[in-house]
Design a protein around this ligand. Sequence first.
Ligand SMILES: Cc1cc2nc3c(=O)[nH]c(=O)nc-3n(C[C@H](O)[C@H](O)[C@H](O)COP(=O)(O)O)c2cc1C
Length: 247
Amino acid sequence: MRRERSYIDYLEYSKWSELEPSDYELGVAMPPYAHDGFEKKESGLPLPDPLAFRPRLPEFLPLARSRRSSRSHGGFPLGLAELSFILYCADGIHEVKPDKRTKRTVPSAGCRHSFDLFVIANDIEKVERGIYRYDAYANMLFLSDRTDPDFGARLEEACVKQSFVGLSGAVIAISCKRHRTEWLYGRRSWRYLFMESGHISQMIALASTAVGYGSCAVGAFDDDRLHDLLGLPADSDVLSLSTVGRP
Ligand SMILES: Cc1cc2nc3c(=O)[nH]c(=O)nc-3n(C[C@H](O)[C@H](O)[C@H](O)COP(=O)(O)O)c2cc1C
């Protein structure tokens, strides 16, 4: 355990380029999936059939159950209305409180909402190819001055040659400005930021499912290359990517 390391150090030494072989790569046996050592058959409490339950919002279960990682992104272009819906579900603002806190679909520790979404637009109707920042306040996309005609290929390269990433109609980068949360919670923030990027990622997946598109979270990427490709400032860290495409 290297408990003394800071968040920045952690981001540094967990970079794709810094990884050491995992236990899997070293041939160590796989840990069991199921919890072991706790269950005693005679004291187990059988749960009611969850599928027999009728929730107040019955659409929720089929949506949640039909989410699957989809990597075969074929049909183009993506619809702009669908993309807008997905971004709104992921991090859009429903309400701005008088003290400027914002209410969104995703929870955020201390309501800090420290994330920025960047859209790498490969093939979206009525949208020039490029890298955009999603402005949740204005419900707008702002084109970055990064112009690279070959950014699909560079993106694929940055995502350790995962070809489906470069072929997706859009890729959404979930990037945090850590200081927005650190300001309130100090180094406890780092746990929250990882959790919160997961919330956003899951909302992208569910919203994509709801519009009939597919999506896939992508955690395998070369951090420095991606940072450079997106042209992000030094205090922004991409914690996750999500591809979006027509299945
Ligand atoms: C944090 C995270 C990172 C992931 N990174 C990748 C990735 O780099 N490439 C990929 O093809 N899938 C990636 N996945 C998708 C998983 O492989 C997928 O969720 C898993 O196989 C279970 O399948 P399902 O999502 O269809 O239920 C990632 C998922 C998560 C949650």
